[in-house]
Ligand binder design. Structure first.
Ligand SMILES: Cc1ncc(COP(=O)(O)O)c(C=O)c1O
Length: 360
């Protein structure tokens, strides 16, 4: 079951070294982050945190203010919230619980970090194939009902961009000892929040939701995510993990983001508007390039299928300083697929232009 370390989008430093250019010269359409600069209030908050005594002292390991701000936003009890050093840290703890229940099902192709987390605990898992064709209609019916003890769901799904309907997932809660639902990209999806399983955590103790602020605010380097689940479960996780998993800057900025509801609502509106305009625009432009077929997506990345291998195309784009996400690390996809992350119009055009150059 051992897999080599998964390839990932967003290896911008490694790619810059490989290509022999500076990071700033690259357009990274391999990691799916919003293309906007951090709101001014958050930049100010970061600067203040750096210049204050925040870095001198150990971080507040109770995460009290941050937990309360997140809980307020979702209208839940702070005891049901656990902030993490990115969603990835929290997958590790979710996987520890998964290990105690038996076999995990990982819908595939899927995000590789879940299997990394499961391997930490020698937890058994199987990959369950998702159908590779779907319509543009959303939300969609979750297409599989695995007979395993634990199910990992990504909503919207990565790398396909499909948004699953809550109604199609809810019945699965009766059939599994544990469901872990990664909603890292959900706040970016227009009307996506209606499909969130988060409200179901109140009545379903076998449900864990994991969210990330990485994508929404383009703060991959800060490392900030949170889990929502039962207070008992999250208390146990707090006891296993190291005493200061979040640094003080992440705590300060996270609290500022989550407690200023007007700024947060406006930001989410702006991001969803961008997805609803640029997503169809990019889809339309890609459709006109010979040799590739863009697949429908509800979110800020787009899978494209080539009529033949796209490995060389990806490499040629990289030499033109445009990074696209390779997909041959997803065994169900192979070399014919690439994933493209949505940019602003200027840079979406640049992506279309380089692809056209190498495919026309
Ligand atoms: C589906 C999904 N969930 C979670 C993450 C990781 O989030 P974080 O940066 O908060 O660890 C990623 C990163 O690519 C992702 O694609």
């Amino acid at each position: 079951m051992r897999e080599k370390h998964p390839l990932h989008g967003g290896n911008i430093n490694e790619e810059a070294r490989r290509i022999g250019v500076g990071v700033d010269q690259l357009l990274d359409a391999s990691a799916s982050l919003v293309p906007f600069a951090l709101p001014q209030t958050l930049q100010t908050c970061l600067v203040q945190a750096v210049t204050s005594k925040a870095l001198k002292h150990y971080p507040d390991c109770s995460h009290k203010n941050l937990k309360e701000a997140i809980a307020n936003w979702h209208k839940i009890d702070p005891a049901m919230v656990l902030p993490g050093n990115g969603a990835s840290e929290l997958f590790t703890w979710a996987a520890r619980d998964a290990a105690t229940h038996g076999i995990s099902a990982l819908p595939s192709p899927g995000f590789s970090d879940y299997s990394r987390a499961l391997r930490c605990w020698n937890a058994p898992y199987i990959h369950i194939s998702l159908p590779l064709t779907w319509t543009a209609q959303g939300p969609q019916t979750f297409p599989i009902s695995p007979k395993t003890n634990v199910l990992w769901i990504t909503n919207p799904h990565n790398p396909t961009g499909q948004l699953w309907s809550r109604d199609s997932i809810e019945p699965l809660l009766e059939k599994h000892n544990l469901i872990i639902c990664d909603e890292a990209f959900l706040p970016l999806v227009p009307n996506g929040e209606k499909q969130s399983l988060l409200p179901l955590t109140l009545n379903h103790h076998n449900l864990i939701i994991i969210r990330s602020l990485t994508k929404l605010f383009s703060i991959a380097g800060l490392r900030l995510g949170y889990a929502v689940g039962t207070p008992e479960r999250l208390r146990c996780w707090s006891e296993y993990r190291d005493p200061w998993p979040l640094n003080s800057l992440a705590i300060e900025v996270g609290t500022e983001i989550m407690s200023n509801m007007t700024t947060l609502k406006d930001w989410i509106k702006k991001v969803q508007q961008w997805v609803s305009i640029e997503g169809p625009w990019l889809q339309n432009e890609l459709q006109m390039i010979p040799g590739i077929h863009p697949l429908p997506s509800a979110t800020n990345f787009q899978l494209i299928k080539g009529e033949s291998s796209l490995v060389q195309v990806r490499e040629s784009c990289a030499k033109k300083h445009v990074l696209l996400r390779e997909c041959h690390s997803f065994k169900e996809l192979g070399e014919n697929y690439l994933r493209i992350s949505l940019q602003n119009r200027l840079n979406n055009q640049r992506v279309v232009d380089v692809l056209s150059e190498f495919l026309s």
